[in-house]
Design a protein around this ligand. Structure first.
Ligand SMILES: *Cc1c(COP(=O)(O)O)cnc(C)c1O
Length: 471
């Protein structure tokens, strides 16, 4: 097109007001806020102008212009945080939201958040109350600890405990425990930000009690043990158990802290899973302070729980940082309901989704996989091979990676489109369906598929594959 033609075309572009008038009288646009519509019109007009100048558009079609604007505006008002179907089999998937809350917690969040509450109000005295009291007693009852406090997450718990107990002092840690947790949480960095001086002892694979003892001096503030929950050192290894570290601390009058990471309140060994230290055991070992997550093996809301001796927890409560790291009423409501279930372990195992999914019997998963395979096969999607296969998976994700369990998955091999294309289309669906690719198959692990999602999965697969094959 010549420049004159282009300018002519640009001159005939409808104005913002005229487009807005035409769009606002339609009945499919009244849920879209006016400002979103105006900004969408501007975006589409800018884009159209660019296309004309770059010779990619030779005529203006006002109807398709309006359609593009409405599509863009509808997209812009769609929620960004959306539920999805986790068919990865990873129960504690940090990127997919970690622990699913139990029904009691969900209900309690609604009850407490939609109403005024005694969050920081003592109903007996009519005076100010303490936010953490609601759960402190419960945590102490379940763990045997003297005192407890809860903060935003375990990273905050570690930061706060270190800052309270060892600011400007040395903290002795084994080189084998200087871990990085996904998402840039590194023990050495947190230590620096807490105002502590990191004193590494031992080697990557072996650390002895004498390594700690020899490093202790007049500026030692704390002995720290970090539970290496997201990796394992195997072979010629040695680490100092928390009870031995606690004994060294007592002898030298130095506080001892353990970052348990995924604290668990139940003994997974009883359910045929590899043993993880329980919070109760850590408390009984004599450590002064123990920190753990609320949304890992505990199966509750995001939170960092700190338990320990009353003198230390009181100092933590008095730290001004505590106010900056405090939990919200929604978290408190969810945590109280979740912890309450642990008073009856059978109920906890049944009603806390994380515990239920981690301990699902293989036969149940096999049956579930068979049902899902049938649902998908019944759709008779052209060229799609649907099978079930016994496999192993890591349902603990980054929180419990040592846990390797047998599972049974549905495996899909599409024809006429690649497996990676199928994975992508599934991810782009509403709700997004997240699986994994293994040996050129799209794998769906029923362990994390929630009741009722099976038909959605079958429908989704039918829709996306038929659309792809027909396009
Ligand atoms: C997961 C983990 C953390 C961080 O906990 P968040 O609750 O994710 O903040 C800290 N330390 C250890 C050992 C962990 O495993």
């Amino acid at each position: 097109m010549s420049n004159t033609q282009k300018h002519d075309l640009l001159k005939h572009l409808p104005g913002v007001d005229s487009l807005l008038d035409q769009i606002l009288i339609r009945d499919d646009t009244h849920t879209i806020p006016r400002r979103v519509m105006v900004s969408s019109i501007r975006t589409v007009l800018d884009d159209t102008r660019k296309q004309i100048l770059e010779d990619r558009l030779k005529a203006i079609d006002e109807t398709s212009l309006i359609q593009s604007i409405i599509r863009l505006a509808q997209n812009r008002i769609k929620p960004r945080l959306v539920p999805l179907i986790n068919a990865t089999g990873v129960v504690l998937h940090t990127n997919l939201g970690r622990a699913l809350l139990c029904d009691d917690a969900l209900e309690n969040i609604k009850t407490i958040s939609g109403s005024y509450s005694n969050l920081e109000f003592n109903i007996q005295t009519g005076k100010r109350g303490i936010r953490y009291q609601v759960v402190e007693e419960l945590i102490c009852e379940l763990t045997g600890a003297q005192s407890a406090i809860v903060v935003n997450n375990n990273a905050a718990a570690v930061l706060l405990a270190l800052n309270t107990m060892a600011q400007c002092q040395e903290v002795i840690v084994s080189r084998g425990e200087l871990v990085e947790i996904g998402g840039s949480f590194r023990i050495p960095d947190v230590m620096t930000r807490s105002g502590c001086i990191l004193k590494e002892v031992g080697t990557t694979n072996r650390t002895h009690p004498r390594d700690y003892e020899q490093a202790i001096n007049e500026n030692t503030g704390l002995l720290l043990k970090v539970h290496t929950s997201n990796y394992q050192i195997q072979g010629f290894t040695k680490s100092v158990p928390i009870a031995d570290l606690a004994a060294i601390g007592k002898r030298c009058s130095i506080k001892v802290m353990e970052d348990l990471g995924s604290g668990t309140l139940i003994d997974f060994g009883k359910y045929g899973l590899p043993k993880e230290p329980t919070v109760k055991e850590a408390v009984a070992s004599g450590a002064d302070v123990i920190t753990f997550s609320g949304d890992k093996l505990l199966g509750g809301p995001q939170a960092g729980i700190i338990v320990g001796s009353t003198d230390t927890i009181d100092r933590i409560k008095a730290n001004p940082l505590t106010r900056a790291l405090r939990i919200d009423k929604m978290t408190l409501a969810a945590l109280e309901s979740t912890l309450n279930l642990y008073r009856d372990e059978d109920r906890a195992m049944k009603e806390i989704p994380t515990l239920r999914m981690l301990t699902r019997p293989l036969e149940e998963i096999q049956t579930h996989a068979g049902q899902l395979r049938t649902l998908i096969s019944d759709k008779q999607i052209p060229n799609l091979e649907v099978e079930t296969a016994d496999m192993t998976s890591r349902p603990g994700g980054g929180s419990y990676p040592a846990l390797l369990l047998p599972t049974c998955c549905v495996t899909l091999k599409p024809g006429g489109l690649s497996v990676s294309r199928l994975e992508k289309l599934a991810r782009f669906s509403t709700p997004p369906l997240i699986g994994r690719i293994e040996e050129d198959r799209f794998i769906l692990d029923p362990r994390t598929i929630q009741p009722g999602q099976e038909t959605i999965i079958a429908d989704t697969l039918e829709t996306i594959i038929l659309k792809e094959l027909n396009d």
